[in-house]
Design a protein around this ligand. Structure first.
Ligand code: GLU
Length: 397
């Protein structure tokens, strides 16, 4: 008896696997600082919690919601995109799901056939590659370099498109690199895409609020791109709602309908109470979000300054999201006398067991030389974690 080829073709999610390992250490009483999972350390803002509590108390939200989400939430998401992102979405374009991860999975299953190619900008978020494979299509990695802030260029996209290309996918701000594509860079990519009538763009904007440079452009807002773009977003990062599991797509109606069909057969709608919380988030005051972003901005500087003090670590200054993606390859081949570090997996396992800091191996994001560090943790934890890393790394010869 065997598992399917489909499931054998993918790895376990590295972000979740590292988080689980860190938890194992913590359960043994070891004081691990977990910088692996990309999870805000803030509490969900009060007005969102109140809305969810009210929904329970009113007793009106205990039945199955419509598969694509409550109409008022879909309208509110569309209105947000019209107002803030300059994209004329309507409720019919929106499908609310159990997190942006499910949104992406729905889209992949709705669009892809075996043999189709999906261009993934690399470094990429762990699950893009796996979800393309689950849909039995072929991931095509196009690599950004650290010198170009890990950003893929329009020329590279042009060079990677074939007659089999169905879509390209990337996140901006990017998980894991923190890079932000400028309007100009997106326009150049759009120009290439528009030359190829069958190519779609899956634009993951889940970190849109955590953008320190402010040049946040939605691909779907660019001329000609509304019909070609699936916008992915959600509430986890901007509103500290990871556990509530609310993500969504905004897409041309035929794609939204396809995703809705997938979701209707797999999970049905997202949790009713979470959706009432999400409605309060998207129609409410953004002050709590701005406050969190202010904290991330401070932490980014702290971590950057401390990373620079570690000999052998090379880091870019991220423009968004809450990750650093430092190059640690200068430690590969080194040993503490017991363990030799050969790659990013070894580096992270060793750092967890020796330094008690959990990170995610860059290999899982398509770049073996790097590791991902999430700074969605308190200043105190970050300072301590960077101290531990520096001390541990100093023992490698
Ligand atoms: N998106 C977060 C991360 O990259 C959450 C973990 C996950 O769903 O993979 O850490």
């Amino acid at each position: 008896m065997t598992l399917s080829d489909r499931i054998n073709a993918i790895e376990e999610s590295a972000t979740l696997a590292m988080a689980a390992k860190a938890r194992e250490f913590k359960n043994k009483g070891i004081d691990v600082i977990s910088l692996s999972l990309g999870e805000p350390d803030f509490k969900t803002p009060q007005h969102i919690c109140e809305a969810a509590k009210k929904a329970i108390d009113e007793g009106k939200y205990f039945s199955y919601p419509p598969v694509a989400g409550y109409q008022d939430l879909r309208e509110a998401i569309a209105a947000k995109y019209q107002k803030e992102n300059n994209v004329p979405y309507k409720a019919e374009n929106i499908v609310v799901s159990n997190g942006a991860k499910q949104s992406i999975a729905n889209v992949m299953l709705a669009l892809l056939n075996r043999g189709d190619e999906v261009i993934i900008f690399s470094p990429y978020w762990v699950s893009y590659d796996a979800l393309v494979r689950l849909a039995e299509a072929t991931p095509v990695l196009v690599k950004g370099t650290i010198e170009n802030d890990f950003k893929v260029t329009a020329q590279q996209v042009e060079g990677a498109i074939t007659s089999k290309t169905k879509a390209i996918i990337f996140s901006s701000p990017c998980n894991p690199t923190g890079s932000v594509f400028s309007r100009k860079e997106l326009e150049a990519i759009a120009t290439v895409v528009l030359k190829h009538p069958n190519v779609l763009v899956i634009a993951d904007e889940i970190y849109e609020h955590i953008n320190f440079i402010g040049d946040q452009t939605s691909m779907a807002s660019l001329p000609g791109m509304f019909e070609r773009t699936i916008t992915v977003n959600g509430f986890a990062k901007g509103f500290a709602m990871t556990g509530w599991r609310v993500g969504y797509i905004a897409a041309p109606k035929w794609i939204a309908d396809g995703s809705n069909k997938v979701q209707g057969q797999i999970t049905s709608a997202n949790c009713s109470i979470s959706q009432r919380g999400a409605l309060a988030a998207i129609t409410g005051d953004l002050a709590p979000t701005k406050k969190m972003v202010g904290e991330y901005r401070k932490r980014r500087q702290i971590v950057y300054d401390l990373l620079k003090e570690i000999p052998g670590v090379k880091a870019n200054f991220p423009q968004g999201a809450f990750y650093f993606f430092p190059d640690v390859s200068s430690f590969f081949g080194k040993s503490d006398g017991e363990t030799q570090i050969k790659n990013s997996d070894d580096f992270c396992l060793w750092m967890l067991s020796k330094g008690h800091v959990s990170l995610v191996p860059g290999g899982a994001f398509g770049l073996e030389n790097c590791v991902r560090l999430s700074y969605a943790a308190s200043e105190k934890e970050l300072i301590e974690a960077l101290k531990r890393m520096k001390e541990a790394l100093a023992t490698l010869k």
